[in-house]
Design a protein around this ligand. Structure first.
Ligand SMILES: [Zn+2]
Length: 212
């Protein structure tokens, strides 16, 4: 067992995916996301893979039991035995409690960002419908307003990135995440970082905190 087992928490737009990649690179750990786990099982020609494929196709959420089992299987693979960075799991308190029975040594890293900052970051996103490149009207604007640099397509705002939808997602996010944060706080396993500064600054702080 090692201390290099981490879960990454934070609202959408907090940069947690990028930070998860940074930590895994710096410590040479496997970066495990539930998205990748689901894609991999669906790609397997097994009854279980077909069952998960059906659930995803119907647009339903995969149950805690199935998700827990998939994560347990993945964490038992050789590349994860000595540590990992887990991204997208646990999503609720039941999953957090289950994970703690599997890997009680892990540390939770939480990238905190205010709702206003989340809304500002996500609602400024514009997507190219042709090549899927993502721009931001403030932080990474295209050379010509509203037009993709690569192929000249007119950029769109995805429905997911509109303010009303973002605020609804944030409500669900807070309901589920606050319990997870309390859980790790009580265990003394929570590291909290301000996700407001630019990503490289947050990475630098994180490195100091983790001593890497
Ligand atoms: Zn494009």
């Amino acid at each position: 067992m090692t201390n290099h087992a981490y879960i990454i928490l934070g609202p959408p737009g907090s940069g947690k995916g990028t930070q998860a990649q940074e930590i895994s690179k710096l410590l040479n750990l496997s970066h495990i996301s539930t998205g990748d786990i689901f894609r991999s099982i669906v790609g397997q020609d097994s009854p279980f893979g077909q069952e998960v494929a059906q659930i995803l196709k119907s647009g339903q959420l995969v149950s805690d039991d199935i998700t827990n089992q998939l994560v347990a299987n993945r964490l038992a693979e050789p590349d994860a035995v000595n540590g990992f960075v887990l991204d997208g799991y646990p999503r609720n308190i039941n999953q957090a409690k289950y994970l703690n029975t599997l890997r009680p040594e892990l540390t939770a890293i939480y990238f905190k960002l205010s709702d206003e900052a989340v809304v500002q970051r996500l609602s400024g996103r514009r997507t190219c419908p042709t090549c899927n490149r993502i721009y931001h009207i403030k932080y990474s604007p295209p050379k010509v307003e509203g037009v993709c640099d690569d192929d000249g397509s007119h950029l769109i705002q995805r429905t997911d990135d509109t303010e009303g939808i973002i605020r609804t997602r944030l409500q669900t996010y807070h309901q589920q995440t606050e319990l997870i944060l309390e859980f790790y706080q009580h265990l003394g396993k929570l590291i909290e970082l301000d996700g407001t500064p630019p990503i490289p600054e947050v990475t630098a702080k994180l490195r100091v905190t983790l001593g890497i």
